[in-house]
Design a protein around this ligand. Structure first.
Ligand code: B12
Length: 292
């Protein structure tokens, strides 16, 4: 489709495009968001021209390196994380960026996947607690460096409060989610790990004062199983405070949308930071109602 041109009548939805490419819906959404796949908005959805899809298929999408290369990057990164080698780990990340991986994919597909492997090896007894702690310490520093490198200035699209609930020490998913939202123009109030419900309530109230960008959502990340109950208590405290800001819940500990709803969430934001972004984008597009 020529830039600014008409979308052909036989245009495709993102779900159809995903099926034709043989990838997940979120992957196609990411292609659209990063400008890799031209698309036009039709109401609340995106439409793609078949010719653009064919062009994307013909060219190897730059943020999808061959699986073998991806595996190679993961094992190099895992080695550097376990050695506590920040400079070496950063070099692996930079090499992946140089080969066309997007910063988001770097966090979600490379770093998060590598940490999962570290966790699995720790669970199987192959790695010690010290190994896991050393690796996650380096990971925290990498997320901070990447966050600063791709930070975007300018008008914000809205404010999102992000936190892990009381007792939940996994702060990396929050930091990763915060980076991805900031890169896409959102103001993020990042409360990090182990946030008491009262602190969450106070942060949402402060963010809803009308002085900054409109408050879009409060999003709670659940990574360990115990965190879901803590998240439910946080939602109760928010509701008790009279907060009408939509509450999102996501992360590895939530099985599905039903579990998130049972825990009191209005919106389930999935297991990956790019799904969180899609959920926030969806809210940002809705007409605003007074909240607070
Ligand atoms: C690093 C790590 C730690 C570090 C955390 C450091 C830090 N600053 O975050 C430390 C050492 C503190 C730790 C502690 C523990 N850990 Co731990 N940990 C991990 C490990 C290796 C990586 C976690 C991680 O950061 N992953 C990378 C993230 C970025 O990936 P992700 O979870 O997919 O994150 C995405 C989503 O959350 C998403 N997202 C989706 N929706 C939303 C919504 C919002 C609002 C946000 C913000 C984000 C978001 O964004 C992220 C990117 O896509 C995992 C292994 C694994 N499988 O993940 C175990 C793991 C999570 N830990 C585990 C356990 C058991 C523990 C301990 C109980 C160990 C112990 N006995 O002490 C404690 C728990 C402490 C507590 N009370 O919370 C288990 C959890 C099992 C379970 N189901 O409960 C795991 C799975 C390891 C295992 N295989 O058993 N851990």
């Amino acid at each position: 489709m020529a830039p600014g041109g008409e979308m052909p009548a036989e245009s495709l939805s993102l779900a159809e495009a995903a099926q034709l490419l043989g990838v997940h819906y979120m992957t196609v959404y990411r292609y659209v968001r990063t400008g890799l796949l031209p698309a036009q908005r039709a109401g609340a959805t995106w439409r793609v021209a078949p010719s653009d899809l064919a062009a994307l298929k013909a060219a190897a999408p730059p943020d999808r390196p061959a699986p073998r290369a991806r595996r190679g990057q993961r094992s190099s990164l895992e080695g550097r994380l376990l050695a506590g080698d920040e400079a070496g780990a950063w070099a692996v990340m930079e090499a992946a960026l140089a080969s066309g991986t997007s910063p988001e994919s770097l966090l979600v597909d490379l770093l998060a996947a590598t940490l999962k492997s570290v966790g699995d090896r720790w669970e199987s007894g192959e790695l010690t607690v010290a190994d896991e702690h050393r690796a996650s310490g380096v990971a925290v520093r990498l997320v901070g460096r990447l966050g600063a490198r791709f930070n975007r200035r300018g008008l914000k699209r809205g404010t999102v409060v992000l936190a892990a609930p009381a007792g939940e020490l996994h702060g990396l998913p929050v930091a990763i989610g915060a980076n991805v939202l900031r890169w896409h123009g959102y103001e993020v109030v990042e409360l990090g790990a182990d946030t008491p419900a009262s602190a969450l309530v106070a942060a949402v109230a402060a963010g809803s004062s009308g002085r900054g960008p409109a408050m879009l959502a409060v999003a709670v990340a659940c990574t360990g199983v115990g965190s879901v109950e803590a998240a439910r208590k946080a939602v109760d405290a928010l509701r008790d405070s009279g907060c009408r800001v939509p509450v999102m819940m996501g992360g590895a500990a939530l099985a599905d949308a039903q579990e998130a709803r049972r825990a009191g969430a209005d919106i389930y934001s999935g297991r990956r930071a790019d799904e969180l972004l899609a959920a926030v984008d969806e809210l940002a597009r809705r007409p605003r109602s007074p909240s607070g």
